[in-house]
Design a protein around this ligand. Structure first.
Ligand SMILES: [Zn+2]
Length: 335
């Protein structure tokens, strides 16, 4: 059943085409040279914000934008009763909140800080921020506390003075919910995928909102994988052991690695790694073996793993990516 561990050129043509479609940035062909990132493998955790979309601004210094600041929170959907209070805005999980403030145009992510410490922090990507306003969906794991925004240069705002009070379980979907329903669920999970795997992110994580899912609309294309939000530097492991087929950098995918799974007709792609995967092409990796760290290289909005699952007996004609979320949930639950 398992295919030969060789790299099949036709297949890579397809992968590169998909990668090209993956980001809004013009795909500057996937060379193996890690474009804007610091070439020194180890380096500081706080990587330079390499011009994330091939805009040619490769200066060594950060094109510092002004530090963002959040001055007001407004609940837009799934709002709690205490909305009138000044010091707190109440919202149910998966509700939508508008943040008003200054210098928000470059914001890519909102952190829900919860209580003291970072263990209960949750994050959510921001798709379309304006200079003074942005909207964000409250992740299901967020807990009551202030929020903070982070821009694409890695600059974080101070914690908001107003707290977001996360009310109990989400109510039934409200008709007023301005967001479209998530993509329809995939078919039943292939039994071959329901065991013998490891969840690829070894640390706190969430699956983001509908925009993080397979099939979500992006600028001019659809999202071919599932985003798994986690802090930069979180350890990534192989969901399934297999043969390393590709390690490269691409303007949209950032540092990525593709592994041809052992004994299954699937390929596993991991993108936006902080550094090039510490592996070599042709190497065998065990299920659960380390493959790199969560990052935000390439066209990534905040730290996360972009995970793709590829199948298709017709892969010589072009493999097809499938929705990996059912498998990810199964592995998450089993882990
Ligand atoms: Zn993604």
């Amino acid at each position: 059943m398992t295919r030969a561990g060789r790299v099949q050129p036709h297949r890579w043509v397809v992968l590169l085409a998909l990668l090209a479609a993956f980001g809004a940035a013009p795909a500057s062909a996937a060379t193996d040279a890690p474009g804007g990132t610091s070439p020194a493998g180890s380096g500081s955790g706080a990587e330079t914000p390499a011009g994330s979309s091939g805009d040619g601004g490769g200066a060594a210094t950060t094109p510092a934008a002004k530090i963002p600041k959040v001055s007001r929170l407004v609940c837009l959907s799934r709002c709690g009763a205490a909305n009138a209070a000044q010091a707190e805005v109440a919202v149910a999980p998966r509700g939508i909140v508008r943040l008003a403030g200054r210098n928000l145009g470059a914001v890519t992510r909102v952190r829900f800080l919860g209580g003291a410490g970072t263990a209960d922090d949750a994050g959510s990507p921001v798709r379309a921020a304006e200079p003074k306003s942005l909207r964000v969906r409250v992740p299901s794991k967020a807990v009551t506390g202030p929020v903070q925004v982070v821009d694409r240069f890695g600059q974080a705002s101070p914690a908001s003075r107003t707290s977001l009070r996360i009310s109990g379980p989400a109510p039934a979907p409200a008709e007023s919910d301005p967001q479209p329903a998530p993509a329809p669920p995939a078919g039943p999970l292939d039994p071959a995928m329901s065991s013998g795997h490891a969840f690829p992110v070894l640390g706190p994580h969430d699956f983001g909102g509908a925009g993080a899912g397979f099939g979500a609309t992006r600028d001019g294309h659809t999202h071919q994988g599932q985003d798994v939000m986690a802090a930069c530097g979180t350890q990534l492991v192989a969901a399934r052991g297999g043969t390393v087929q590709k390690i490269a950098f691409q303007s949209a995918a950032g540092n990525y690695v593709v592994i041809d799974g052992d004994g299954v007709d699937y390929d596993y792609a991991y993108m936006h790694l902080q550094d090039p995967a510490p592996l070599t092409v042709g190497q065998h990796v065990e299920t659960g073996g380390p493959i790199g760290l969560v990052g935000q290289t390439g066209n990534a909005q905040g730290c996360h793993l972009h995970f793709e699952l590829w199948t298709g007996p017709g892969y010589y004609e072009g493999g097809s990516p499938i929705d990996p979320l059912p498998a990810l949930r199964a592995w998450d639950a089993a882990g």
